[in-house]
Design a protein around this ligand. Sequence first.
Ligand SMILES: Cc1ncc(COP(=O)(O)O)c(C=O)c1O
Length: 444
Amino acid sequence: MPKTESMTRSETWNRLSARHLAGGVVSLNRKIDPALVFVRAQGSRIWDAEGREYLDYHAAFAPHLLGHNDPEINAAIARAMNQGWSLMGAGTTPWEAELAMKLCEAVPTLERVQLTNTGSEATAHAIRLARAHTGREDVLLTLGGYNGWHNEVARTVMPTRAQIGPRVSPGEYPWLPLSAGVPEATQHKLHAVNFNDLESVEYALRKHPIACVLTEPVLQNVGVVLPQAGYLRGLRELCDRYGAVLVFDEVKTGFRSALGGYQSVCGVTPDLSVFGKAVANGHPLGVIGGKRELMDLFASPDAGKRVLIAGTYNAHPLACAAALATLDRLAAHGGDVYARLDALSARLQRGLEAIFHERGEPATVVRNASAFCVYFMDHTPRDWHDILEHHDFERDRLLRLALLERGVFHFPMPCKQGSVSAAHSEAEIDRTLDATRDALKGLA
Ligand SMILES: Cc1ncc(COP(=O)(O)O)c(C=O)c1O
């Protein structure tokens, strides 16, 4: 690496990336201020290029449920390589067969699955299946949701108040593409309504030929917004009444909420589900699965109905090895890793609540299993609109920056989910609480 004396290591790497990588980062949402460069991770900790250590609650946007570089997962990958697992690209393999079986066992609503590399691929397949099944083309999505980067789902996740205007209910919000280059004709088929708003879902289902309602069951790309009682069941009923396919995007909630996904917590059965992230503890694997009549369209004998699934790297053997080992860990000893995650996350939540209470500061800590978010508002948000109206975004941002200075890494952008991993310790949670107390004093 070319390095001049006056530049820090981070500056040198940033400059090199900026010169050769368009935009300087490989995913738009990785651009952060300060422009940190990370070089190493282990368990609950990450290190930047200057050698500074951080307790990591970003977890690379949530996949590291067991922590970074988990020794058992690493050993499983090494074993797979030593045993000659490779990308065969013909027929099937024992590891695919076993992984498919384990996924269907873990999530009871999965009658059949397919394996991809990413969550985005899985949501693209879900939309295609729904369209092929229903003969309809429109898609209903949730304001404040994120379902990947492809044409059908690339919408602004955190629109401003100016962009969305006053609360709309029942009704739809304007479609706000997150990307140039999405055909107008595609955009006309995409609709967005508020989370926790069944009246608006019904309004859209009446108005448009909706093939599928695709939603995260808990909104975890604008912090953590929980479904209100009856909302997910209501979605199920409306989809049944209007003949639309219900797709739960469990890329973030799956395996982090429970081995059976959030659907096993809420007791609502979607037609299709998609998973990613935690399923392989940080290795690239996506999953789509659900009802047999839908999934079997991937192999329909009727060529006119058959839905294409393809991909050179689908079910990459090293990702399969990671997923098999992750699922084993999550299922081991009656799922006691979830008990540990819950205890750690509850300790963090209780501690944070106590700190804000002591200070008399209005803040609400929302948690879904090991995912959490602090909102600087006096109630649990019910949707993105509510967050926009009541959350103190600037205080959120400043707290994240102050924690960064104290060796605690939260993604330095407001409303980003925090993720506890099984590699965090009680002592680290307590250190995080001390750092938060101190950071808030500094902010006041
Ligand atoms: C809920 C949800 N769905 C889908 C995706 C897309 O997954 P990937 O980034 O693996 O394509 C993400 C990624 O953050 C996500 O949070």
